[in-house]
Structure formats: C-alpha cells, structure tokens
Design a protein around this ligand. Structure first.
Ligand code: BDR
Ligand code: CA
Length: 304
C-alpha cells in the first residue's frame, strides 16, 4: 500500500510534466488522488490539458484533473516563455485520454482536504492561487493537510526579477496566504533547485532510458534547458520519495506584496530561540543532485 497520499497542484509546464511523471512512476510510495491545474507557465486551458496529456503518456488517464484558477487572486497574469507556446516545448505528447472534470479545483480541495484531516500532502508546483483561494473561503483549510510541499521562492537571487522567483511573483498574495495558513510548509525554492542543473551528461543519462515517458522527458528538458537549466518541480516529488537526498532548516518566511521593486520576493529568516518570530516553513537548501537524477532515471524506466 502506498505510504503517502498526495494531490499535485501544477501548471504544466515542462518541469511540472517531469514531476508528474516521477509521481506517476512511483505508485508503491505515492497514492495520487488528483491533479489540480492552475494558470502559470501558460494559460489554464493549456495547463489543464497538458496535465491530461501527461497522464495519457503514463497510461494513467483515471487520475482526475480539476481546472482551478484562471488568473492570480489580485493581479493580472504573466506567463513564462521557457516552456514554449504550448507549455511542453512542442514535444508531441499523446492527446488526452480522459475528459476534463466539471468541478473546480478549489471546491475539490476544500472538500477533499476537510474530509481526510492530516492525511494528504499537497504538492504545489505552480503559482499558489488554488490553495490561496481555498484559504480565502476557509482560512483553516490548509491545516487539514499533512503538509504543503511547494516549489517556490528563493532566499537568494530570483529568476523573474533580481529578487523574485516565478511562482511567488505570479501570485504573491496567494503565496502569502499559504505561508500564513498555519500548515506544515516545506519550501523548495531556487536556492535548492538551482543545485540540480540539467547538464549534457544528465540529458545523455536520460536518453539511455528506453521508455516513451523518458524519451518525452528528455526532449522536453532539452528544449527547456535552452532557457532555464534548473530541474525545479521534480524536487518536490523527489523530496517525498527520498527526503534523505535533501536538507534544510526551519525558518520564518513571508512574501513581499507591497514594494514594487521587490514584489513577490520571499523573505526568509532562520528562527532564533531568542527571537520573536516563529518558524512557519522548513526551507530546503541542499540536494544531492546526482541522487535526484538517478532516482528520476530509475523511475522513468518503469513507465510505458
Ligand atoms: C518555477 O517556475 C516555473 O516556470 C517552473 O515550472 C517552476 O515551477 C521555477 O521558478
Ligand atoms: Ca511549475
């Protein structure tokens, strides 16, 4: 029986797609209840459809995909270019083998998390608009999760502006709501994901895996690597599968939503026993990148 029950909230997106494949290839450890889609890298109609294409590639069309927020909570949406026009680098993944769900992601999260208190790890790979909107409706809802493991933020340099990381910058108000929600948050930001670059050697390692899923992951990452070399989102799933590959420390984290220049910046402060601030997140700052890539290759070999 899988040891962890998860929901993946994402905006595929190439590295989101690879993270989904890693989760789908790990049914012994992870029971994936559903995917919830959000606008982010590309528009919601594309991220929702791309999620279903990834599920078709992994021959897991029974996993439901719920469409979520079509825009950030308070501001206009801006996408990313590194994932190509379709969000998957133009790599020909199969057409979806399932229909979209009629029900919205926020509704689904509210009911499912409340119905299984303390059981579900919510894995967030995109802007945090869906869980953010869920907390607007029910402020205590994320405390029903086992944990929220998210890719977002940076203690150091940003990637959209000198200060801000993409997922936090797209919807900083949502990121703030999640960080202030009282949930157990594990944050994997740029400080850690940049330690796992997609190198030529790693692309060759992936090319040697002879499955359709590995071939698609290779082709997507080869495209992605021209614009961003860090393997961001798969770090979240790898953290659930092999936490021993990662280390971090408990910190106080908040997000800048007022100062224009630092908009979306995460403010990360280690917590001192003498200070007044309480930690609200485990901030991961180290990964064994070779271990991460070995895990990815080993798992992609298990898919069709
Ligand atoms: C994050 O931004 C997106 O482009 C990636 O999918 C990842 O979630 C990295 O900043
Ligand atoms: Ca993403």
């Amino acid at each position: 029986m899988p040891s962890q029950t998860i929901i993946i909230d994402c905006d595929p997106g190439i590295d989101d797609a690879v993270a989904l494949l890693l989760a789908l290839a790990s049914p012994d450890e992870l029971d994936l209840l559903a995917v919830t889609a959000v606008c982010g890298n590309v528009s919601l109609d594309l991220t929702e459809r791309n999620a279903r294409r990834v599920l078709a590639l992994a021959a897991r069309p029974e996993v439901p995909v719920y469409p979520g927020a079509g825009r950030p909570i308070m501001i206009a949406h801006h996408g990313a270019t590194v994932h190509g026009d379709d969000g998957l680098g133009g790599v020909p993944l199969p057409e979806p083998a399932s229909a979209p769900q009629q029900r919205g992601a926020v509704d689904y999260l509210l009911e499912t998390l409340a119905g299984r208190p303390g059981e579900i790890s919510l894995c967030c790979l995109g802007p945090l608009s869906n869980p953010g909107l869920a907390t607007v409706q029910r402020p205590e809802i994320l405390r029903s999760t086992r944990q929220v493991v998210l890719m977002g933020g940076a203690a150091g340099r940003g990637n959209v502006t000198p200060h801000a990381e993409f997922n936090f910058h797209v919807d900083p108000h949502a990121a703030q709501l999640v960080l202030r929600s009282g949930a157990e948050v594990v944050m994997l930001g740029l400080d850690v994901t940049r330690q796992a670059p997609i190198t030529e050697a790693r692309l060759r390692q992936l090319a040697a895996v002879e499955t359709a899923a590995a071939r698609a992951a290779h082709d997507m990452l080869a495209f992605y690597g021209q614009g961003d070399t860090a393997l961001h989102d798969p770090c979240v799933i790898a953290y659930l599968l092999r936490p021993q590959l990662f280390s971090g420390r408990r910190c106080w984290v908040d997000v800048e939503t007022l100062d224009e220049e630092r908009f979306g910046q995460s403010r990360v402060q280690p917590v001192s026993p003498y200070g007044q601030r309480q930690a609200n997140a485990l901030v991961i700052d180290r990964v064994d990148a070779d271990g991460l890539f070995e895990l990815l290759c080993e798992r992609l070999a298990r898919l069709p």
